[in-house]
Design a protein around this ligand. Sequence first.
Ligand SMILES: [Zn+2]
Length: 137
Amino acid sequence: MTNCPNCQTTVGTPFKTWSVSRKTSKHDGVSETFFGMFDCLECGHRFRAGIKGNETGIKGVAEKIKGIEGEFVNTLKNLREKLKTLTTERANLIIEIDELKKLAEDKANALESEIGMLREEVQSLKQLLGVGEMDPM
Ligand SMILES: [Zn+2]
């Protein structure tokens, strides 16, 4: 945070920022100092002040992008997990349908053989009663 040198009011975001890079003797590093131009909303004083790197907004934007990337990755992860769940569910349903089909087939087969047995019974009853004697066999 930066304070107005005139009235000590805390000022917000600078309306202009720039950085000055200087070569430092340490290592072979470059130190970057950020400056901002501020307008004090309280007394109207315009002043220049050094600001921390994270106050320039650059770091904030980078973090925001990171956040968006994170959300995107999360969305992809969620979608992948959803797809996995759906694929598993689909496989389970197919298995269930297959089992039900088998059951239905078994039932149909059972009914068919029962009908066959009943037909035979009808036939033997007809033979017993002499009804089927006219049939050309
Ligand atoms: Zn001021």
